[in-house]
Design a protein around this ligand. Structure first.
Ligand code: SIN
Length: 585
């Protein structure tokens, strides 16, 4: 098998991976591997904006931003990590501006800012305009800018290379095994440092805003290599997906003045969050929508959705600030949002959990935070944790930029001072990969990938979604066990080498069933409600028992087990505002 060497291998070409690459380029030999062309990375789908207390529209402060993030997280976020992110946010935005991101502007030339859910001033007093944006294409323009910057700095790109496994020697990571999709050729990438920035995993749910590629590959590979996953039970449903399609309708639509209405035309969020109404955090808005539908106040002939009403906004404002949303509504539903309300329903959107890391992106592997030598992660695949049990809208792009950069800086220090020569390459993982591919392609019978994937998506949508309970979650755990067996026994009938997408989907399916099991097992274990994890049978948050992160391990026997990890409450120790308390909006 051909061996390729680079000092650093970054897997994933979204904003976290590219920001790390920009940091490392020029100092070290950096390669970015991505199963997609970089500009198809899912960061590009982020619409509404990126938060930072710049104070361009009104008085704001990083401390208020940290307060909102911690409260929004239902107090599960690690508070030092939140402080790091919110303090760094204004610098990170100005840096993006200098790199070339074409932000929307106020008339005075400053970067424009809009309100987003859960972002407030004066410790929760009223919504604040904190989210910087480029119309409703913020992720798209950030992605293009960082890609250009990476090309300009001579980062080596391996586009359409699917990473299949980590190379590890005595617990240290020093490379990856990848398949070149164009030729089917397997390659070993040898390095001194590996960073995962492989994104999220919403594709395991039937209704999702996530792209087809979001199959949690990085999480599956971590689990297979004995690395636990943190807080997997916390999966965010964005309140406004296009009805029946799940396509994202940005929260900026509400930030710009849109309101949610039930089938009776009532602005129902006034009842659930009297002070910030439609701009409550996403977990609260999504639950409120389902509550309306359950109590018979849904919209449409089936009373099975609600309406996002933008008709109070002028056509000009919609065209200038929400052009993407306008075209989605027209193309997919034949609706002009200036004239008619848009049918919406929550859609699986974002993973709060992931590979545990410290604030420098170093992957950790136990409740004490022991590091995995040579391995970093950042972005949605990682759990720093700045989002805890529920992420605030527009904190995601910020997380990518801040922690992508920090991981890049930390890798640079590591290469300069710690790991001066590459560790010898072990080829065991390459053998495992060859054996797996041979097994799939050697089988004459067996199920199709689509059948197993579709059943998995049904289970996760029905039983591990906005509302959960013991019976549903126990069923989901049992059904995931069966689905894992079925996924192991699928057949890949395409034996060709060039762009064998069936083989690619077979590999993705293995990751999907594994991390979905981790989600179901962790959700069953957590017998309380917190943030996006809403248990009907345990409707209250229980700090005495559950103010802790979960770490889910895949054992050698193939079983998943969950253990706790302490939450960092360092800001609460210094100031009463940050101490856990009942969340009201
Ligand atoms: C949105 O614009 O609502 C999505 C962006 C995010 O999830 O932060």
């Amino acid at each position: 098998m051909q061996v390729v060497y680079h000092d650093v291998i970054i897997v994933g070409a979204g904003l976290a991976g590219l920001r790390a690459a920009v940091e490392l380029a020029g100092k070290h030999d950096v390669a970015v591997l991505s199963k997609l062309h970089p500009l198809r990375s899912h960061s590009g789908a982020a619409q509404g904006g990126i938060s930072a207390a710049l104070g361009n529209a009104e008085k704001d402060s990083p401390e208020w931003h940290a307060y909102d993030t911690i409260k929004g997280s239902d107090y599960l976020a690690d508070q030092y990590a939140v402080e790091v992110m919110c303090n760094d946010a204004p610098r990170a935005i100005i840096e993006l501006e200098h790199l070339g991101v074409p932000f929307s502007r106020f008339d005075d030339g400053h970067i424009a800012q809009r309100p987003f859910g859960g972002h407030t001033k004066s410790f929760g007093e009223a919504p604040v305009r904190r989210t910087c944006y480029a119309a409703d294409r913020t992720g798209h323009v950030c992605l293009h800018t960082l890609y250009e910057q990476s090309l300009g700095r001579n980062v080596s790109f391996y586009d359409e290379y699917q990473v299949l496994d980590l190379c590890m020697v005595e617990g240290a990571v020093n490379g990856v095994v990848a398949i070149e999709l164009k030729t089917g050729r397997l390659l070993l990438f040898h390095s001194r440092a590996v960073m995962f920035a492989t994104g999220g995993y919403g594709k395991a749910w039937k209704t999702t805003s996530n792209a087809f590629a979001n199959t949690g590959d990085g999480l599956g590979i971590a689990l297979n290599n004995g690395i636990p996953l943190e807080d997997m039970e916390f999966v965010q449903f964005h309140p406004t997906g296009l009805y029946q399609l799940g396509i994202l309708i940005t929260e900026a639509a509400r930030g710009e003045g849109g309101v949610l209405r039930n089938g009776q035309g009532e602005r129902f969020m006034e009842r659930y969050a009297p002070s910030i109404k439609d701009l409550a955090p996403r977990d609260i808005v999504s639950r409120s929508i389902y509550e309306e539908i359950r109590t018979g106040r849904g919209a449409g002939p089936m009373k099975d959705h609600v309406l996002l009403d933008l008709t109070a906004l002028s056509k000009e404002k919609i065209a200038a600030k929400l052009p993407e949303i306008e075209s989605f509504a027209k193309i997919y539903l034949g609706i002009d949002p200036a004239d008619e309300a848009i049918p919406v329903l929550p859609t699986c959107h974002y993973a709060m959990g992931g590979i545990p890391t410290d604030v420098n992106g170093r992957v950790t592997c136990d409740p004490e935070g022991s590091e995995v030598f040579g391995f970093w992660a950042a972005g949605e695949v990682a759990c720093v944790s700045v989002h805890g049990a529920n992420r605030l809208g527009s904190n995601s792009l910020l997380d990518l930029i801040v922690f992508g950069r920090r991981a890049g800086k930390d890798i640079s220090r590591f290469l300069d001072r710690v790991c001066l020569a590459p560790l010898p390459l072990a080829t065991g993982s390459a053998d495992r990969v060859r054996e797996m591919i041979g097994r799939f392609q050697g089988r004459k019978d067996g199920e199709t990938i689509a059948a197993v994937r579709s059943d998995l998506q049904d289970v996760m949508m029905e039983k591990v979604s906005v509302f959960r309970n013991e019976e549903g979650l126990s069923d989901a755990v049992d059904e995931c066990a069966v689905l894992r067996k079925r996924a192991a026994d699928i057949r890949v009938s395409d034996h060709s080498r060039n762009f064998n997408t069936e083989l690619l989907e077979a590999i993705e399916l293995q990751h999907m069933v594994n991390y979905s099991t981790a989600v179901a097992v962790s959700a069953l274990e957590r017998r309380e409600s917190r943030g996006a994890h809403g248990r009907e049978d345990y409707p209250l948050r229980d700090d005495a028992k559950w103010l802790k992160h979960s770490l889910c391990f895949l054992g050698e026997d193939g079983k998943m087990s969950v253990t706790g990890k302490p939450v960092d409450l360092s800001l609460a120790e210094a100031r009463a505002e940050f101490a856990p308390k009942a969340r009201t909006y």
